[in-house]
Write a protein that binds this ligand. Structure first.
Ligand code: KIV
Length: 290
């Protein structure tokens, strides 16, 4: 089982975490919103690898092993082809690389929608294989019974409403939601149904600000916004998007850096040095012992 592996500080390429911090818990995350108010917004980023988790962990409350890894890591056209095994492997790596954040693993398309029993089987597999604390699934009212079923059986669930990428074939694209009255009402009632069912937090994606505000005010658990304004109880972004790994990102992404440019420049230098034989130099070359 993947969780039997720990980061070995003698073989890991990264420095050991100097002072492993105590891991946050799902109830602590839920309790950050009191009587409708979240004093300190919740910080969540996606993570797919152990090293990425190590670098993000101390700065985040939650690390999301998002099924966006389908596009970001595997170059797939959408999240639809992502499998439970992919989520389990990346989830286990992120748990190995973190000490502090609550790790939430996405349930991939096709692993939970058929029945609450199917959802329990998939979610329990993910928690056993990864050591993560919670799962996330997409959908509102239609998933409320499943969320309650999982929660009552020991599996904390984060919901996800608004723009739900696994439903791209029904929605017809990745455009912002909540512009019509019927869409807006549905987003709020979906989030309410998840909250009533015991979700500990709800992601609101790609939703116009007034509806993000209405949803955040309507539910007891924290909302985590992505393209849903600063008025949510927390924020999440795909880490590679905010680091500037990709040219094309959704409008709601702020690029905090230009990692792609940095990689290109560095690789160009490496290629030049290999071609002019200045790499490897004396420091990187073994000589016989004298
Ligand atoms: O898969 C993912 O990364 C997500 C976030 C964008 C919320 O669901």
């Amino acid at each position: 089982m993947s969780t039997t592996f720990q980061l070995d500080t003698s073989t890991s390429r990264a420095n050991p975490t100097p002072a492993p911090m105590k891991r946050l818990t799902v109830p602590k995350i839920r309790r950050r919103k009191v009587d409708g108010v979240t004093e300190e917004p919740l910080v969540m980023l996606t993570a797919y690898t152990a090293r990425q988790a190590q670098l993000l962990d101390a700065h985040c409350d939650m690390l999301l092993v998002g099924d966006s890894l389908g596009q970001v890591i595997y170059g797939l056209p959408s999240t639809i082809p992502v499998t439970l095994e992919m989520m389990a492997n990346h989830g286990a790596a992120v748990v190995r690389g973190s000490y502090h954040s609550v790790v939430v693993v996405d349930m991939p398309f096709g692993s939970y929608e058929a029945s609450k029993e199917q959802a329990f089987e998939s979610a329990s597999y993910l928690l056993k294989e990864t050591g993560a604390a919670a799962v996330k699934l997409e959908g509102g009212e239609a998933m409320a019974e499943t969320v309650e079923f999982l929660n009552k059986r020991g599996i904390p669930v984060m919901g996800h409403v608004g723009l739900t990428p696994q439903a791209v074939n029904v929605l017809g694209g990745y455009m912002a939601r909540g512009r019509s009255d019927s869409e807006a009402d549905k987003i709020v009632s979906d989030a309410k149904a998840l909250d009533d069912a015991g979700a500990f937090a709800v992601v609101i994606e790609g939703v116009v600000e007034p509806i993000a505000i209405a949803t955040t005010e309507a539910i007891g658990c924290p909302t985590i916004g992505i393209g849903a304004s600063a008025k949510c109880d927390g924020q999440v972004l795909v880490t590679e998007d905010m680091l500037g790994m990709f040219e094309r990102v959704p409008r709601f992404v702020k690029k905090y850096d230009d990692i792609a440019g940095m990689i290109e420049k560095t690789v160009e230098t490496y290629a030049e040095e290999v071609r002019d034989r200045s790499f490897p130099g004396p420091e990187q070359t073994y000589q016989p012992k004298k």
